[in-house]
Design a protein around this ligand. Structure first.
Ligand code: MIC
Ligand code: SF4
Length: 642
């Protein structure tokens, strides 16, 4: 039987398990990346493991999320990451050098290699044929220490592309189309491989837009073949030697095949507050727009911004629209500047922001009250922009420009002639903003600098065999990690201060939650389907741990979050019968007995002391996960094991 691209890479990296779908496997990890919002915690965890050097082929620490230094907190955390990186063999990408995924694709990613990153959009690397996963910080710390990365062997889906994109229809529209077809849950448990004749019409940055947004499908990861287009890209980045060809076998077997004819696509738009709430742009014609943001790891490549510049050239944006452009990397900004395209963007009235995540993570540029914001980003979850009543829409750079010029949602085809741009055959290479680690010998005397913002990891204790706890919160379907642990300019600087962060836990859903949880001391959360979708932030597990959450009982979970819960020692359990969800109320007192036996059997009985009924809960933990849960989390387990 032939293999898919992902299966070939998995086969080459398999440490334990067999490639049987649905069973646990572990993989050797070649590269890791962190960003600052999750990185501080990941390096604190790495330090706790007591290793001198990372054991990966390449580990890079990026600073791109918390670049506003509105107090000492971020500056201190950045200095901590810089010094810890230098000491332990990690490359440090300085603030201003760009968004982790864009820079990693340009400078470090390699086809056929494995990468895990403490950021859910790490699958961007799939654009050059890497097997790249988003993971919790602790999993990244373990991989830096040479440990394997554990996943469930995924199903294999193939998207078969035919045809060619029409003018003003883009890779972003392909991402939105697949979200329309599959929904934010449609990729759960699967790797999405993009293939077919249509693939040859897509450049590497276009492919990376698509693998980036595969995260919004809940997919384990997404991947493209590595072909002549990949070789050209790597060559233009001065790294042709990193190229290897990669394709699936003719007789590879897929669990699902989806056909998309690129020629038939129209410009699409995702409406508030979910990336799969997709309609055609033309159907929203005339909706007034207050803000337009171009950038994020989805759409900030040189190709994207050259198009934006060409469409804005000689035009002015509407006086009613505030527009921002954040280039994905220093390389992109420098090249835009050299060729004059930057001048065209500035002259149009758009505001240039630094090469960072910026508005995508609510770091500034929040829309006005009840404002309509069109963004080329990948997420439009409620409140993520920093303005709870804003309507955030996700679009391509072309649709963003049309809205900025006309002041209302407009089909970009009305902009007239397509922007024809010429991509360079050689990018400007200047890696001076990446600081190399010290040699092992020099590292001995280096001091790691810590600021007062860094607070210890929340205390954990071994699990007891029985739980008697109240329901501290009951929530509905598709709860994102942005609901559980919001980000944004006010809160992000405190990512290494769990006690402070805990005040904001679930604040968009219930402002009283955090206080209530602390009063209860120990509690559980009841969730609906796809609980914990979105970001990889382990803070969405560490903060509940701090607040005394012992278990989350939901209809179903998102992949990275469930791993983070187990790593934090919080038990994720699912309802055997989804309708039981309706009967348990917030405030009910629940009793779960014989947990350890239940873990082995895969069934745990829950008695609701308040309504007097009993329910069955399901779990399917591996032996390793059971040990982690019993120890009180992965850190405690790793310490026990050493
Ligand atoms: C995001 O897009 O939500 C983030 C911020 O990049 C997160 C990581 C984080 O919460 O720090 C992600 O996607 O994993
Ligand atoms: Fe940064 Fe936004 Fe990408 Fe997350 S999705 S890495 S916040 S640009």
């Amino acid at each position: 039987m032939g293999l898919t691209i992902a299966e070939k890479i998995i086969k080459n990296h398999l440490v334990s398990g067999e490639m049987v779908k649905g069973t646990e496997i572990s993989l050797k990890i070649d590269q890791t990346l962190t960003q600052d919002a999750t990185g501080t915690m990941a390096y604190l965890e790495f330090e706790t493991m007591g290793l001198k050097r990372v054991k990966t082929e390449r580990s890079v620490a990026y600073i791109d999320h918390n670049t506003l230094q509105c107090g000492f907190e971020n500056a201190d955390d950045h200095r901590y990451i810089q010094t810890v990186a230098k000491k332990h063999g990690i490359y440090f990408s300085r603030p201003g050098n760009g968004i982790c995924h864009q820079v990693h694709l340009e400078r470090f990613g390699k086809p056929g290699k494995t990468l895990i990153g403490s950021d859910s959009h790490t699958p961007t690397g799939g654009g050059i044929g890497m097997l790249a996963f988003g993971a919790g910080g602790l999993d990244v710390a373990v991989a830096m220490g040479g440990g394997a990365y554990y996943i469930t062997m995924p199903k294999m889906y193939k998207v078969n592309l035919t045809g060619k994109l029409s003018p003003f229809v883009t890779a972003k529209d392909v991402s939105l189309e697949i979200l329309r077809i599959l929904s934010v849950k449609g990729g759960v448990g699967a790797i999405i491989e993009w293939g077919g004749e249509g693939v040859k019409t897509l450049s590497v940055p276009e492919r990376a837009t698509i693998t980036n947004m595969g995260t919004e499908l809940g997919a384990t990861t997404s991947i493209f073949p590595s072909d002549e287009i990949t070789r050209e890209f790597l060559k233009a980045q001065g790294r042709e030697e990193d190229y290897i060809p990669l394709a699936s076998d003719e007789d590879a077997v897929y669990d699902k095949i989806i056909d998309i004819n690129l020629s038939e696509l129209n410009p699409l738009i995702a409406c508030p507050h979910s990336p799969d709430n997709v309609v055609e742009v033309s159907s929203l014609k005339g909706v007034k727009v207050n803000q337009v943001c171009v950038g994020s790891c989805t759409n900030s490549s040189l190709q994207d911004l050259l198009k934006v510049a060409a469409l804005l050239k000689g035009k002015k944006i509407s006086e009613d629209v505030s527009m921002s452009v954040s280039p994905g990397s220093k390389q992109v900004l420098q090249m835009l500047s050299k060729c004059g395209a930057l001048g065209d963007i500035i002259a149009s009235g758009a505001r240039i922001l630094e090469c960072a995540c910026g508005p995508c993570i609510g770091m500034g540029f929040s829309p006005n009250s009840a404002g309509v914001s069109l963004r080329t980003f990948n997420r439009n979850f409620l409140g993520r922009s920093g303005t709870k009543d804003a309507g955030v829409y996700l679009v391509s750079p072309e649709t963003a420009v049309a809205a900025a010029i006309f002041g209302e949602i407009t089909d970009p085809r009305l902009l007239g002639k397509e922007a024809v741009i010429e991509m360079p055959t050689k990018f400007d290479i200047d890696d001076s903003a990446v600081i190399a680690p010290a040699s092992e010998q020099d590292a001995e005397n280096l001091e790691v600098l810590r600021g007062p913002n860094i607070k210890p990891f929340p205390a954990t204790k071994p699990l007891e065999n029985k739980l008697s706890v109240a329901v501290g919160l009951k929530v509905g379907d598709n709860i994102t990690t942005d609901h559980i642990m919001p980000a944004g300019a006010k809160i992000l600087p405190y990512r290494s201060n769990i006690p402070f962060l805990s005040k904001f836990c679930f604040s968009v859903v219930d402002e009283k939650y955090s206080e209530r949880a602390l009063e209860l001391k120990e509690s559980v959360i009841i969730g609906g389907d796809n609980y914990g979708q979105g970001s990889s932030r382990e803070h969405a597990a560490l903060v509940p741990l701090y607040l005394g959450v012992k278990a989350v009982i939901a209809k179903s979970f998102a992949r990275i979050h469930v791993a983070n819960l187990i790593n934090a020692g919080i038990i994720p359990l699912t309802f055997k019968s989804a309708s039981d969800y309706d009967e348990i109320a917030q405030g009910d007192v629940l009793e779960l007995e014989n947990l350890f036996e239940g873990f082995e059997k895969g069934v745990i009985t829950l008695t609701d002391k308040t309504n007097g009924k009993s329910y069955e809960l399901a779990c399917s933990f591996t032996d390793r996960q059971i040990k982690i849960l019993k120890a009180g989390g992965l850190l405690a387990f790793t310490k026990e094991a050493n």
